[in-house]
Design a protein around this ligand. Structure first.
Ligand code: ADP
Ligand code: MG
Length: 238
């Protein structure tokens, strides 16, 4: 578990300001959801936090340590993407264990952690299967397992459910909520789905054109939206 602080974080691609002076404080174990329209900078902000893009200026701190210059593995962050590229020739077990083997963990530790992770995600009956023999929801759980197995202090999710059909989305969303309860890790979750945001979040960050419109609990945003933009985004059905 770890807390996270963003202090006036900016990102420019060439002359385009994509992230504009974003500041926030995220507590240990919090479930934070980023929402906002397509192109507002949600994925870029996650990638800055993960270390997949460099911050143009501003500071990113994890547990009070400035991490701007640390590589992704050094930051102790795991990330799950929308398109979950599993290794097609590897079993569920090997997909989950892969990152642990790369990290040169001992064989017994790899085995214990991979099995424990699979169990948490209810994949323990499917360890020998290849990805092509899994449903979309099962595949996405393997992708989550792969990110979790290294026990990152912070887990990032970028629209992880958008490729699933409606029923699987609800089921997988509930699994992610249960996972958060059991692990207690800090999670940051990007979605453009208001219902997902309202059900999962401890606090929601509403982004608009690269800046923060409002940060608050689902209830605060619903009852006291700071702008018409927030009201429209939180209140209106999809
Ligand atoms: P979202 O995830 O909210 O849809 P993104 O973070 O993907 O938004 O993109 C925010 C803006 O930054 C968009 O205008 C996008 O075109 C731009 N952008 C993202 N990545 C790059 C890049 N590597 N180079 C140039 N522009 C980029
Ligand atoms: Mg995106």
């Amino acid at each position: 578990m770890a807390g996270l602080t963003l202090e006036r974080v900016n990102k420019r691609f060439g002359s385009t300001q994509v992230i504009d002076d974003v500041s926030m404080q995220i507590d240990d174990g919090e479930f934070i959801v980023f929402v906002g329209p397509s192109g507002c900078g949600k994925s870029t902000l996650l990638r800055l936090i993960a270390g997949l893009e460099s911050i143009t200026h501003g500071d990113l701190m994890i547990d009070d340590q400035r991490v701007n210059n640390l590589t992704p593995p050094e930051r102790g962050i795991g990330m799950v993407f929308q398109s979950y590229a599993l290794y097609p020739h590897m079993s569920v077990y090997d997909n989950i264990a892969f990152g642990l083997k790369l990290a040169k963990q001992e064989k017994q530790t790899v085995d214990e952690r991979a099995r424990h992770t699979a169990k948490l995600l209810q994949l323990d009956g499917l360890l020998e299967r290849l990805p092509k023999a899994l449903s979309g929801g099962q595949r996405q759980r393997v992708a989550i397992g792969r990110a979790m197995a290294r026990e990152p202090k912070i887990l990032l999710f970028d629209e992880p459910l958008s490729n699933l059909d409606a029923a699987l989305r609800v089921q997988t969303r509930n699994e992610i909520a249960r996972l958060h309860e059991r692990l207690g890790s800090t999670m940051i979750y990007v979605t453009h789905d208001q219902v997902e945001a309202m059900t999962l979040a401890d606090r929601i960050v509403v982004l608009n054109a690269g800046h923060v419109e409002q940060i608050g609990t689902p209830r605060e945003l619903y009852e006291r939206p700071a702008s018409r933009f927030v009201a429209g985004f939180i209140g209106s059905p999809k």
